[in-house]
Design a protein around this ligand. Structure first.
Ligand code: CU
Length: 182
């Protein structure tokens, strides 16, 4: 009897302790989850030096904006708003390490070979090394983006869409220049 009386309050205490623990565990989790998300967002936007937004030219296999400038070494957020309405107008933005005309063709054709499972991004190591940054492939009406660090060296970098058949006409040039510095 004596031991039984001791056990019951002890179990009650355990149950209370467990409840208290559970309660105190869940509220800090919620408390930390929200601020950390906010912090990540503010950190991300704080780190971005420049946001560049590109769009296609109607339902053509062309970019509306065929040139943009960034400053050396800055963090660039590249947004592509696929404003096209034709279902075949899937687009991405693939930025190259140079503005070499032959490279457009190589990367464009390699993108076609890579296919949809690889998001039309070249799989060959030598060509992947020539890709500075790329957005995911976008469906008409979809917006995609990528954040990358601009090269430290001033120069010209081609960009193209690697959706099959688009590379030859869907091209532009990213200028890395001190003139673009804020
Ligand atoms: Cu395209």
């Amino acid at each position: 009897m004596r031991s039984r009386h001791l056990i019951v309050p002890f179990l009650l205490l355990l149950a209370l302790a467990a409840t208290a623990c559970g309660g105190s565990e869940s509220s800090p989790d919620e408390a930390t989850a929200d601020p950390s998300t906010e912090t990540t967002q503010s950190e991300t936007s704080g780190e971005v030096d420049r946001t560049v937004t590109l769009k296609p030219k109607g339902n053509e296999m062309k970019y509306r904006q065929t040139e943009f400038s960034v400053a050396p070494g800055e963090t660039v957020r590249l947004v592509f708003e696929n404003t096209a309405t034709s279902p075949s107008m899937q687009h991405n933005v693939v930025i190259l390490t140079s503005n070499d005309e032959a490279l457009f063709k190589e990367v464009g054709e390699a993108g076609t070979r890579a296919g949809s499972t690889n998001d039309y991004i070249p799989q060959e190591d030598n060509l992947r090394a020539q890709v500075l940054a790329y957005t995911p492939m976008s469906q008409p009406g979809e917006t995609v983006e990528v954040t990358f660090t601009a090269p430290e060296e001033p120069g010209e970098h081609g960009y193209l869409c690697t959706f099959p058949g688009h590379w030859a006409t869907m091209q532009g040039t990213m200028m890395v220049t001190e003139d673009a510095a804020a």
